[in-house]
Design a protein around this ligand. Structure first.
Ligand code: WAQ
Ligand code: MG
Length: 265
């Protein structure tokens, strides 16, 4: 196998998070990916950044884990009120307590970083008590070193063809959720975008895979974020941080695409 690199971008404006991205690629693709990441940061709907950081690190080939992507289900909801109720129901089904699910939805809806800003990464949440477990509520934990293999990318594009769902948002979120689901003690993940025009979000869990909801916020809303819910009894911050930030995972095959569901309320 040829040498692969992790390439990461993060952009901010007066330390407010604007955009980020993480990919895994061979040397010959890095320049094009870097250019695309810089264009994306400069043209972002959240604002114009005053700082863009790019980091490229060689990955030891033996360290790269291969895994399949989670299954995908779309749950149709008429608006974000129904969407949040459906996401909450999905979290409870995955084993998150009512209190923890409600608190996390409220935190994402009002800005989970101090000062009601969006976080740069994810909050870590005790799936029972709802207590936050990350040690920096502005930064949170950023997952990196994950991507689809070129074959998985083509397979996903083919599987989603004609659905209007073959978006960069979905592909990147699916890889991120796939890696989060491999972390020890994970119960579920909740996410919706902080991009004002992208209203969709998802709940991922070992039980059901990646369950998306077309509306988890109103159009124009600049708040969004991620919460990773863990079982407290086995939770080890250092171990989870090392895994999510450092261990490279390449998703080499897609999961099943299930038929749409309709949220019954
Ligand atoms: N690690 C941890 N948290 C992250 C990361 C990361 N690598 N990237 C983003 N976040 C957090 C951060 O708080 C952002 O503010 C928030 O998530 C939203 O990031 O149609 O686009 O990249 O199925 O705006 C989901 C639905 C789209 C896709 C999610 O998130 C679909 C999305 P965004
Ligand atoms: Mg965003």
């Amino acid at each position: 196998m040829s040498q692969l690199f992790s390439i990461r971008m993060r952009a901010a404006q007066s330390s407010e998070h604007i955009s980020g991205a993480e990919r895994i690629a061979p040397a010959q693709d890095l320049a094009a990916i870097a250019t695309a990441m810089i264009s994306r940061a400069l043209g972002h709907s959240r604002g114009t950044p005053d700082a863009i950081r790019l980091a490229i690190d060689a990955l030891p080939p033996a360290a790269i884990k291969n895994a399949p992507l989670p299954d995908i289900t779309t749950v149709l909801v008429p608006d974000h009120h129904a969407g949040r109720a459906a996401a909450r129901a999905e979290l409870l089904r995955a084993g998150v307590s009512d209190a923890a699910a409600t608190a996390a939805i409220e935190a994402l809806a009002s800005g989970a970083a101090p000062g009601r800003h969006v976080m740069r990464g994810a909050m870590l949440v005790d799936a029972d008590s709802g207590e936050r477990l990350e040690n920096d509520a502005a930064r949170g934990l950023r997952v990196s070193r994950m991507d689809l293999s070129p074959d998985a990318h083509s397979a996903l594009t083919a599987a989603l063809h004609g659905s209007g769902r073959d978006t960069t948002h979905l592909r990147e979120a699916l890889a991120l959720a796939g890696k989060v689901l491999l972390s020890p003690g994970i119960v579920a993940e909740l996410c919706w975008s902080d991009d004002p025009d992208y209203t969709a979000g998802y709940v991922a869990s070992p039980l059901r895979g990646y369950v998306r909801f077309p509306h988890l916020k109103a159009k124009g809303d600049k708040l969004g974020g991620r919460a990773f819910f863990y079982q407290r009894s086995t939770f080890n911050l250092a171990e989870i941080t090392a895994f999510l930030q450092e261990e490279p995972v390449l998703f080499s095959q897609i999961g099943r695409i299930h038929a749409d569901e309709v949220f019954a309320g």
